[in-house]
Ligand binder design. Sequence first.
Ligand SMILES: *Cc1c(COP(=O)(O)O)cnc(C)c1O
Length: 284
Amino acid sequence: MGVTRVPFDDLLSKFGIDIEYVDATDPEVVADAMIPETALLWMETPTNPLLKLCDIEALARLAEESDTLLAVDNTFASPSFQQPLALGADAVVYSTTKFLNGHSDSVGGAVLTNDDALAEGAEFVQEYGVGAMLAPFDCYLTLRGIKTLPVRMAQHENYAQRIAAHLQDESRVERVNYPGLESHPQHDLAARQMDGFGGVVSFEIGGGTEEARTLLGELELFSVAVSLGSVESLIEHPVSMSASYVPEAERRAAGITDALIRIPVGIEKSEDLIADLKRGFEAL
Ligand SMILES: *Cc1c(COP(=O)(O)O)cnc(C)c1O
């Protein structure tokens, strides 16, 4: 997640906290990077924007053996599709702005844990340290959103699956990333670890930035925006938008190319969404 870099690199570093970024899709790479001082493993799965997976149970075992805490950013799966605490994580974090609220009308975050000491620490930081309190109306909107989370997630997934399948057949598309596709290299892990494959799809268009921008400009039902997890379908070009904070060399090493496009699939009629995509590709 691009913007996670900003507090990690520019804020936590001021408190003497060293952070090392590693490819957490391979637990052995994580194990090799650990040092005696390692206090926390922080990961997200599925990842943004490439929809790669990390094995939560394997990383939880590793954390346990090394007396380290494991925190999982579960924003993409939402609690409907993945429960990291049940898989051994010590803390789960959410951007409630996304699927939990689900209607693009509130910005917030949440930390969940089953560890009393951690909960107390988080409460202290929230209340007395940084004062990050959600306003009552945002709490109301978020709680109201959560009531329909399972039905929205089922629909997001159903439509994401259809759109991913359609994109695979599109001649101008070179690669589709979605854990629900059998072609996804970690499809088996997704089926084991998750109760659904999620509502975000990314793909590479033949060409690069120019083709991506042309497609984004042609679409009528997909708004160009960086958020995700809401009832309306969005589309973005990560290299110019959400991943622009990640240094170029690291972006390349991670596989975030100029040709990459991300679609958080909304819950509009999927036939209309697919017709809009078809028209957009024809205009290229
Ligand atoms: C959006 C997002 C964040 C940041 O949350 P904000 O609500 O935008 O501050 C963190 N992690 C993931 C996976 C996200 O999608």
